[in-house]
Design a protein around this ligand. Structure first.
Ligand SMILES: C[S@@+](CC[C@H](N)C(=O)[O-])C[C@H]1O[C@@H](n2cnc3c(N)ncnc32)[C@H](O)[C@@H]1O
Length: 334
């Protein structure tokens, strides 16, 4: 993108500099062409994107849309939290697929633009013998994901379907060795029914990767109290920094183009009980960060510094009841 506004020689020289020195050249990076040719432009500036990309000049491409779907520049805590989640989910999925060997099939529930599957495919070395299938009820995301899979070499083993999981999954029993369900079940009115459906399409012994926010963590409870004390100002600022609209009660609007918002958050005991009831053995549980992030923190340096210090303490103590969300590696033991 830098190449659109700056002579190529300068671009090449800058790309070779240390990251810290590249920052000096940020004013050169204003783009002349829109970043996202296919949809809503993102609110962040080109400079941030270039830093994230390692400052390498690149053409505006389909990859941009897929790669940046959850990136929220200016939200350090959010980016840190989502990167950790992705790293763990991908490691668990990678191990599950590698363990079985080819041919294998993996399913991503609520795959959005497909980037977990695309990253997994890249990590695996794009083996065409591994079938990667994503489902979501967000039609535009499914369209983008399928276009990516068709157009970008090495991804034709990925396919995406428009599916509302609450209506059942259009796959035979025991179809998949690995299933990913990252930040989805809290959007479903009846998570039990959808987990049962996931178990049905999972082969016996398959790995299911689940990540979901926890209701009533210590800090969520504190935030609720602080919100009441500040007459709703805390949530208004926090959610504005997440680009989420609030309803009349001051809580996020529950209906979105991509289904419900968080209508079914559970606490850890409820979640563990549900998995046990359904014959999904919890093989690993990882408490994730305390805060899911918001650009609001980035506007208040001291609050951000405090939050990062707290996260550092939590990284050591790893208390599930402090965590905003949890990740579970489950095994279907039917
Ligand atoms: C928070 S996003 C998570 C996306 C992706 N799994 C990730 O972790 O980056 C939740 C996704 O679940 C999808 N979703 C919500 N309800 C669904 C349903 N009933 N059936 C299928 N997908 C659903 C949404 O469209 C959205 O893409």
């Amino acid at each position: 993108m830098l190449a659109h506004s700056t002579p190529r020689r300068v671009v090449a020289r800058v790309a070779q500099l240390e990251p810290a020195k590249r920052i000096l050249f940020l004013p050169l990076t204003r783009p002349r062409t829109p970043m996202y040719p296919m949809g809503e432009p993102r609110s962040h500036g080109s400079a941030d994107i270039l830093l994230a990309r390692g400052f390498a000049p690149h053409r505006v491409a389909l990859e941009d849309y897929v790669a940046y779907q959850w990136e929220a520049v200016g939200d350090l805590l959010g980016t840190r939290s989502i990167q950790r989640r992705d790293q763990l989910a991908l490691r668990w999925l990678y191990d599950a697929v590698r363990q079985v060997g080819a041919p294998t099939s993996a399913l991503d529930i609520g795959c959005a633009y497909g980037n977990h599957l695309f990253m997994l495919n890249a990590m695996l070395g794009k083996p065409q013998s591994v079938e990667l299938v994503g489902v979501d009820l967000f039609d535009k995301a499914i369209q983008v994901a399928n276009t990516f899979a068709e157009q970008i070499p090495g991804y034709s083993n990925c396919r995406f379907h428009l599916v509302d999981i609450t209506q059942g999954l259009p796959f035979p029993d025991s179809s998949f060795e690995a299933i990913n369900a990252c930040d989805v079940i809290e959007h479903l009115i009846d998570p039990r029914q959808s987990l049962l459906e996931m178990r049905r399409v999972a082969r016996p012994g398959a790995t299911i990767v689940l990540s979901t926010p926890l209701r009533d963590s210590v800090f969520k409870t504190l935030a609720r109290k602080a919100n009441r004390l500040t007459k709703g100002r805390l949530y208004r600022s926090y959610y504005a920094g997440k680009d989420t609209s609030l309803g009349p009660t001051g809580m996020p609007i529950m209906e979105t183009p991509a289904g419900h918002d968080h209508v079914s958050e559970m606490n850890l005991t409820e979640l563990q009980g549900l998995c046990r009831d359904l014959g999904l053995r919890i093989e690993q549980m990882e408490p994730m960060s305390i805060l899911s992030g918001s650009k609001w923190f980035g506007r208040h340096d001291f609050v951000l510094a405090g939050a990062l210090a707290l996260e550092a303490v939590h990284d050591r103590l790893r208390r599930p009841n402090w965590s905003h969300s949890v990740m579970l590696r489950l095994r279907s033991v039917r």
